[in-house]
Ligand binder design. Structure first.
Ligand code: PAF
Length: 275
């Protein structure tokens, strides 16, 4: 992969990179379309990264189907698929990790210890291998996006980080490979997550600025669905992930993690004044 990327650079081609863990869906395809628009060559990585799973069962049941993913990508204008084996990314004796302090400890970081260290480490290895001009990430994983932006700045990567809005199912549920683990019934019920975030957004647009009120509104709406188990609902600053008590002039992010059928789903919405 490194020599292919080097050749692309020698040919003066700009490289757009989309890192994935496979089980590709419309959300990934949107990232690929964005990369395609912005670069001469598109590289997609498919690697279920063991270092970012703190729960072994979660890693084992993560959907994997490289043939189906490759078939899906054949219909898109993807130049290279990089699907390494775990031993290529983490060779025998591997012991160097990237840890982004500060914005990885709360929200997902609190529920999934070690998760962001695993993500930062693998993205760093992939960036070093490919050295892309741009890398595209989804807004759904808002904390991951903020962390990658920070890591890129702190470690001096020359890669531009591009964010793409969350792609949703017709009922509003954020697209995720985990949705396939839900029963049809739970998949319908889980629509309450986005519906409740939209309620908070409406209240914000009508003038509500108190974090506690907005969070309570989301909690109440989700709790009406008895199948939902809330992990957290938080109002934070989109770049630092620090809690926000009262929303001022800058945008804020309401992030939610909720379990349905034992499957942990995350979603978020940015609250910002309409122009
Ligand atoms: O968002 C994901 O799918 C993963 O966290 C990523 C960025 C591919 C790293 O393994």
């Amino acid at each position: 992969m490194a020599s292919i990327a080097r050749k692309l650079r020698r040919e003066n081609k700009t490289v757009g990179f989309v890192p994935t863990m496979g089980a590709l869906h419309e959300g990934h395809l949107e990232l690929i379309r964005q990369a395609r628009q912005m670069s001469d060559a598109v590289i997609v990585s498919i690697f279920v990264n063991p270092a970012q799973f703190n729960d072994k069962k979660d890693l084992e049941r993560y959907p994997r189907d490289l043939a189906a993913d490759a078939a899906m990508l054949a219909e898109y204008d993807v130049d290279h698929i990089f699907a390494p084996e775990p031993g290529e990314i983490y060779p025998e004796g591997f012991s160097t990790y990237v840890y982004v302090e500060g914005l990885t400890e709360n929200l997902e970081g609190a529920s999934r210890p070690g998760h962001f260290r695993g993500v930062a480490t693998v993205v760093s290895i992939l960036f070093n291998t490919i050295r892309p001009d741009i890398a595209v990430f989804g807004q759904k994983d808002a904390q991951q996006l903020a962390m990658i932006r920070k890591m890129t700045r702190d470690l001096g990567y020359e890669t531009e980080i591009v964010a793409v809005p969350t792609v949703r199912e017709p009922n509003g549920l954020a697209r995720s490979s985990r949705n396939d683990l839900l029963s049809l019934e739970a998949r319908e019920k889980a629509a309450v997550i986005f519906a409740s975030l939209r309620e908070a957004e409406e209240a914000y647009q009508k003038g509500e600025r108190k974090g506690a009120k907005l969070v309570e509104m989301v909690e109440n709406a989700i709790s009406e669905e008895s199948a939902a188990e809330i992990d957290y609902i938080s109002l934070v600053a989109p770049d630092t992930l620090e809690p926000v008590d009262t929303i001022g002039d800058t945008p804020a992010l309401i992030a939610a993690a909720v379990r349905f059928d034992g499957v942990r789903l995350i979603d978020n919405i940015i609250l910002e004044k309409k122009q």
